[in-house]
Ligand binder design. Structure first.
Ligand code: SF4
Ligand code: ZN
Length: 596
């Protein structure tokens, strides 16, 4: 036999002459076409290239691999024949190669999941929905919403989404405006748009039938990557394929002491290989959710609950902590280092010790005892978001019934916040002075909406900061109350199709429209300023520092102040102004001018 590709999933060799899974042949559901579809099989090939001969394949008689023997057997390290070249493999330290251990891991994790899993709406739906396309669609929606977003935030959005569009057909029939409106506040708005594009594609090109494998899902649906495809396929169809998200990455890095940059290709591929190896063949969807749940609720980034962890016996990071503690305590007690290694014997990565393993922590980043298991994974240096300044104009007019109305315009259909509505806004250079900023903004409003705005009348409200994933955006907010009961009603003109759509909306319409969280903050800043301007300011300077006997307690209780008096203190009113109180019984200054 000529050695081909090492299958991390089956711990066996695929042969060049028989390009299927070496264990199950062409009937293998995981490796039915290893040359194109099996991430696990390919992983080793890529790792081999990345390691370039510096990794170490398990040697007979050492580490976990020594428990098995024979050729091309499950969980058995390969026996190299004379004609087999020796591909570099990662150290067994970074792998799961023991069938019994893998089985025990799956059993412990699934038992814990059955006991402790959170009750989440998408899980209920996936478990109860008999129609496979509807089930896949419901999982797809949840997985897309959960990308970059907390579970607690997603729950309400998910419930409203599935009530409004319970099927692919319903979503395909919706307008992008409706999708954006429901998505408003969830962030990363292109996700909603791509979901709808995907639904339309399934309805119009695939006869309403969701692709049935992870490979097809990734290939055919816009915005569906390796993770989402694996999650849909495993949860909805029971395909035995692993998934790797941020939580799984953290858990796997700790389980097998992967300390290199998790975004590097060797680590990424290795993680996918481990995920494919571990996934339970009978309950792949539950297993994948369990691994993610473990990362979210137990193996958390900063304060993992190792004492409660169901897979603690399989965790090398935890073993490392125990070993370090033992060494430290022996040193403290003046004892010689123990000659007995911890059980079971974990042979560490030889290449890592020499600083040449692509999976071990870099040699320059030694173990930090204070971090304990959180030594894994190492974080890649975070790219700083770029800083931008945008001048924004909140134009207000009096509506038909006297209620305030605001002018909003629609953003372009591509790029950041595509298709969302906003107050007329203009990106400005950081060095632009206020006068030039006003003029530029007034010109922009005029050009975009046809509404004449005098730069000098724009009122400076303040600055609002909003951090997008890659942009630190500062909105310099101006406002203007237009004269007359129904001032300027600009609409998109037919002869000027390049102008964005614009409309006047009430506050309620604004809140329900497809506007970003940043724009809601801008409106809040304007409202805050208006409230402060309306506050009574009747206190005379003579009231300053004039003791007013017996006022404090009543004053505090009569006004929306917080705190108690004692020495000279300041108490913020709910309205944002500040009340100064002197020693007990002495009101120094109240901007409301109120007295007991
Ligand atoms: Fe994570 Fe601790 Fe469990 Fe290891 S033992 S997987 S570090 S929670
Ligand atoms: Zn290593």
């Amino acid at each position: 036999m000529v050695c081909g590709v090492w299958s991390i999933d089956h711990g066996a060799w695929s042969t060049a002459s028989s390009p299927q899974c070496a264990v199950h042949g062409s009937s293998c559901t995981v490796h039915s076409a290893w040359s194109t579809a099996c991430g696990a099989c390919q992983t080793m090939g890529r790792l081999r290239a990345a390691a370039a001969g510096i990794g170490r394949r398990p040697q007979p008689g050492t580490g976990p691999a020594k428990r098995s023997s024979g050729r091309c057997r499950e969980t058995t390290a390969p026996q190299r024949g004379a004609s087999c070249p020796a591909p570099a493999q990662p150290s067994a330290f970074h792998l799961f190669v023991d069938t019994a251990e893998i089985e025990a891991f799956r059993t412990s994790l699934l038992a814990w999941y059955d006991r402790c899993k959170r009750d989440l709406p998408w899980r209920r739906l996936a478990e109860s929905e008999p129609d496979v396309d509807r089930r896949a669609y419901s999982v797809w929606v949840s997985e897309v919403m959960l990308q970059q977003t907390q579970v607690a935030t997603v729950m309400d959005y998910y419930t409203r989404w599935m009530q409004k569009w319970p099927t692919l057909q319903a979503l395909a029939d919706a307008s992008l405006e409706e999708v954006n409106a429901l998505w408003a506040g969830l962030g990363y708005y292109s996700r909603g748009k791509r979901l709808q594009e995907g639904a339309r594609k399934v309805v119009s090109e695939l006869a309403g039938r969701m692709p049935r494998t992870a490979e097809e899902l990734q290939k055919l649906l816009p915005g569906v990557g390796r993770y989402t495809a694996g999650a849909i396929a495993s949860i909805s169809y029971g395909q035995a394929t692993g998934v790797v998200d941020g939580n799984v990455t953290r858990v796997l890095c700790r389980l097998r002491c992967l300390g290199a940059d998790t975004s590097s290709p060797p680590v990424t591929e290795h993680l996918w290989g481990l995920a494919h190896t571990l996934v339970d063949r009978a309950r792949p969807g539950d297993f994948n959710q369990a691994l993610m749940e473990l990362g979210a609720t137990v193996c958390s980034p900063k304060a993992p609950l190792c004492a409660e962890c169901p897979v603690r016996p399989h965790c090398w990071a935890q073993r490392r902590v125990e070993k370090e503690l033992e060494v430290a305590s022996r040193r403290l007690l003046g004892k010689a280092p123990s000659s007995c290694p911890p059980e079971p014997d974990i042979e560490e990565c030889a290449a890592g010790a020499s600083g040449s393993c692509p999976l071990c922590p870099p040699a320059l980043e030694p173990w930090d005892g204070s971090l304990r298991v959180a030594n894994f994974p190492r974080k890649a240096a975070k790219k700083q978001p770029r800083a931008e300044r945008t001048a924004t104009c909140v134009l207000e007019r009096s509506g038909r019934r006297g209620e305030p109305e605001f002018l909003i315009v629609q953003r372009p259909s591509s790029g950041l916040l595509a298709g969302l509505w906003e107050f007329p806004s203009l990106l400005v250079a950081p060095e632009l002075k206020e006068k030039q900023q006003r003029e530029a903004l007034a010109g922009h409003v005029r050009a975009q909406t046809g509404t004449a705005v005098a730069a000098g009348r724009l009122r400076h409200v303040g600055e609002v900061v909003h951090v997008f994933s890659h942009i630190h955006q500062t909105y310099v907010v101006y406002s203007l109350l237009l004269d007359g009961p129904r001032a300027a009603a600009p609409v998109k003109r037919e002869e000027e199709p390049e102008l964005p759509a614009s409309r006047w909306v009430t506050k309620a319409d604004f809140q329900a429209a497809a506007v970003s969280t940043a724009m809601k903050k801008v409106l809040q800043a304007c409202e805050r300023q208006s409230r402060e301007e309306k506050m009574p300011r009747t206190v005379s300077t003579s009231a300053w520092a004039r003791p007013v006997s017996g006022t404090t307690a009543q004053h505090v209780s009569a006004l929306p102040c917080v705190g108690r008096a004692g020495g000279v203190s300041s108490f913020p009113h709910a309205q944002g102004t500040t009340c100064l109180l002197g020693p007990p019984g002495h009101l120094l200054f109240c901007p409301w001018g109120l007295r007991p």
